[in-house]
Design a protein around this ligand. Sequence first.
Ligand SMILES: Nc1ncnc2c1ncn2[C@@H]1O[C@H](COP(=O)(O)OP(=O)(O)OP(=O)(O)O)[C@@H](O)[C@H]1O
Ligand SMILES: [Mg+2]
Length: 252
Amino acid sequence: MGKVIAMAGKGGTGKTTLCALVIRYLRRKGLKPILAVDADPSCNLADSLGLKVDKSLGTAREDFFETKGNLPPGMTKETYLEMKLHEILVESAGLDLLVMGRPEGPGCYCYANNILRRHLDLLIKNYPFVVMDNEAGMEHLSRRTTQGVDYLLFLSDYSLKGIRTVGKIGQLIDELKLSVKEKYLVVDRAPNGLDPIFSGEVQNLGLGLLGTIPEDPLISEYEMKGRPLLDLPEDSPAVQVVAGMMQNMIKG
Ligand SMILES: Nc1ncnc2c1ncn2[C@@H]1O[C@H](COP(=O)(O)OP(=O)(O)OP(=O)(O)O)[C@@H](O)[C@H]1O
Ligand SMILES: [Mg+2]
C-alpha cells in the first residue's frame, strides 16, 4: 500500500516547492512510480514538475454532467467516470500527475463525486508514494478522497506569525477528521541558526521540526527560466536538506 505525503500551510510558504523536491528525491531513489496530486485549486504543481496539464478532476465532473444523458451504448455512468479519471491522469517516466482543479459550483454533484472518490481511493493504492500539494487547510482534498495521510508536512516561513498560523491550520485540519499518522513542521527560507525565540515558539507548537530549508538561489533561477525543479542539481542546498529530511522521515 502506498504512503501518502501531503503538504499544508498558508499561501506562499513553499508547499509546491517542497512537493517538487520530495518528488525529485523519491524518483532519484527509485521509489517510483509516484503519483503527484495537485489539490490546490490554483494549481501550479505541474509547472514545477515540468508537466503539461489541460484536464482536471473538475473537468471530468463537468464532462460527465454534459454527457450523462447521452452515454455511448452499453456504457454505465460509473464506467464513464472511471474512464474520465484515467484520461486526466498525466503520465511521465516514473511520475504521474492528477490535478483536482476548481471545486464545483452550485448544483448537486454528489453522485459524480462519490464515484470519483471511490476510484481515486483505488488509484492511489497503485503507487508506492503519493505526494499531495494542497491549499492551506486541505478542505478540497478531504472531500475528494477518504484516503488517510501518512506524513503531513506543515510549512512555515521564518516568522512567529508563520508558526502561529501553522497552529491554526492544524486545528482546522483536525476538524476535518482526516486520518493522519505523522505530522511534522518544515520551515522554508530559514537562516542557518534559528533564533531562540523562534525555536521556543516551535516548541510551543508541539510539532516535531523535520528540517529547515535555506533560501536557495537556484530555486528562483529555475522558476524564472521555467525549468522544472526536478532537474535541480544534487548540490543545490535545498535538494540536500530535503534528502536528509526524507531519509529521517521515511527511513529510506
Ligand atoms: N527555499 C527557497 N529558496 C528560494 N525560493 C523559494 C524557496 N522556497 C520557495 N521559494 C519561492 O517562493 C515562492 C513561493 O513558494 P511556493 O509556490 O512553493 O509556495 P506555496 O506554499 O506553494 O504557495 P501557494 O500557497 O501560493 O501555492 C515561489 O516563487 C518559490 O519559487
Ligand atoms: Mg503552491
